[in-house]
Design a protein around this ligand. Structure first.
Ligand code: ADP
Length: 480
């Protein structure tokens, strides 16, 4: 089976979030299932630098007012189709905006072009290649499904994966004329969305199947609270909606051979975590003692609920915990967390910035990781925490609810608990969860059982890839 993935990001070439991790890892895991994937990606400078340009497989004399070609390349074990369109993608900055983070004003055009080419390839633009399934990711690739539906590839099975419903690609109605879609597409069951054009909406409407990155998030986005205006449409399509949790790269995230650690360890040598713990204490200016050491590794944004944590931080310190925070984002949150570190010198330490290596060390040295998200489509840091014996204390939402087994009485007694859950957005619930964690932490053997249980959990891509493979097969079967 041949799958064409259309994606605005792919790890390790270009990444702003978890979407890139998925599109980078899934093809490799699917290959083990006998499914080959080619990924169509924009030719951003980072992509062009990482690949060797080859003869075009297909050329466009004008694609949204500029010349464009598609060429094939390989990188990091991935088969890529690169859309080389310098007028759209050869820019200094990120994939969606300039160096100051301001979105490119023509993002609608850039990702309409990517999507147009995706649908064109689905329809046979590359000689000798006709994918069995087209799998698109997020709003940037979603219009592929509209081009397919109103074009030649309407009978090719298609999937859209929603990595975060908060990003929808909404634009004014004025752009419609330049998309090259038939007039009938500007309708309620097409691309029209609240009087404008909605890329993600169009994809949700047109895809054969919809997936999101956890079963709980799949249920949540059918409700007004999490649906961000699309809950009605998603509910209508509930029969075609599935939640499949993300895996992690268990080779990169392996505590027994991780170069970022002071000392490697396994579930059998948990005591060796102590050296990593000391390194974290030193890096964050924390006192050395036996009290539990918690961490936060996060974008500092409203979604992540860190304002809730800040609201109860003094209380947590009063309970005797120490806290190491690594993150960057909203200036107000950065300020509040730096102020907390100043107020609780030696008990709270804050590092503002993005530091991959330090994030590994924290997972290896801290006792628990706090994740108070308001919503979390899947979440990765709790999966790393499980793998590293850094017990996750998480808001009960989305993928956090699906991947962490709460240490209630029954789960503790059965030895199956892997972490603690609490009601999202509630400071009191967060404090209560921390109190429960402190209690278990005081019982060293019970805590070790929990750490080991987490380390045993299968967080690899294999299981999830098998679910995607099943989905593809069921869609192909539906076609025939
Ligand atoms: P999201 O994609 O919403 O930010 P996820 O939990 O899915 O949340 O993924 C976040 C990823 O980014 C994880 O790999 C996490 O370790 C990493 N990360 C977040 N903030 C930092 C930081 N300040 N330094 C290093 N890694 C970070």
């Amino acid at each position: 089976m041949q799958v064409l993935a259309v994606t605005p990001e792919i790890f390790p070439l270009i990444k702003t979030g978890g979407l890139a991790d998925v599109t980078g890892a899934l093809p490799i895991a699917l290959a083990k299932q006998g499914i080959s994937t080619r990924s169509l990606v924009p030719g951003y400078p980072a992509v062009m630098r990482a690949v060797k340009k080859s003869a075009p497989l297909h050329s466009y004399p004008t694609l949204h007012s500029g010349e464009a070609t598609v060429f094939e390349a390989t990188a990091a074990g991935l088969d890529l189709l690169v859309l080389d369109a310098p007028h759209l993608f050869d820019r200094v900055g990120g994939p969606y905006g300039d160096t100051t983070g301001v979105d490119w004003p023509d993002n609608w055009r850039r990702f309409a072009a990517l999507s147009y080419v995706g649908a064109d390839i689905a329809a046979g633009a590359i000689s000798g290649y006709r994918p069995d399934v087209v799998h698109t990711h997020d709003w940037q690739a979603a219009l592929t499904l509209a081009y397919m539906r109103y074009g030649e590839a309407h009978d090719t099975p298609s999937v859209i994966t929603v990595h975060n419903l908060a990003f929808q690609g909404r634009f004014g109605a004025g752009i419609f004329g330049e998309l090259g879609l038939p007039a009938t597409a500007m309708s309620l069951d097409g691309v029209e969305y609240y009087g404008g054009v909605g890329y993600l909406k169009a994809g949700l409407q047109s895809a054969w199947a919809i997936t999101t990155v956890s079963p709980t998030y799949a249920a949540e986005i059918r409700t007004p609270e999490f649906g961000m205006g699309l809950d009605g449409l998603i509910s209508m399509r509930a029969a075609d909606l599935k939640g499949i949790v993300n895996g992690i790269d268990v080779d990169i995230w392996d505590p027994s051979k991780d170069d970022h650690l002071k000392v490697g360890y396994s579930a059998k040598t948990l005591k060796s975590r102590a050296a990593n713990r000391t390194a974290v204490e030193e890096r964050f200016g924390l006192v050395h003692d036996d009290s539990p050491l918690f961490c936060v590794i996060s974008r500092l944004t409203w979604q992540k609920g860190l304002d809730v944590l800040v609201g109860v931080l003094d209380e947590l310190v009063g309970l005797g915990v120490r806290l190491a925070v690594l993150g960057s984002g909203d200036a107000a949150l950065e300020g509040a967390l730096l102020a907390a570190a100043a107020r609780h010198s030696g008990r709270v330490g804050t590092v503002i910035g993005y530091d991959e290596g330090l994030s590994h060390l924290m997972q290896a040295g801290c006792d628990a990781i706090l994740i108070p998200s308001r919503f979390e489509p899947c979440g990765l840091t709790q999966l790393y925490g499980l793998r590293y014996g850094c017990v996750p204390i998480v808001a009960r939402t989305g993928g956090l609810a699906d991947t962490v087994i709460d240490a209630n009485e029954a789960a503790l007694a059965a030895g199956v608990a892997t972490g603690f859950q609490f009601d999202a957005e509630s400071g009191a619930a967060l404090v209560h969860a921390v109190k429960r964690a402190i209690e278990v932490y005081a019982d060293k053997p019970a805590w070790a059982i929990m750490q080991k249980q987490g380390m045993k959990a299968d967080v690899s891509w294999d299981r999830s890839a098998a679910k995607y493979a099943d989905l593809y097969r069921s869609l192909v079967a539906r076609k025939t």
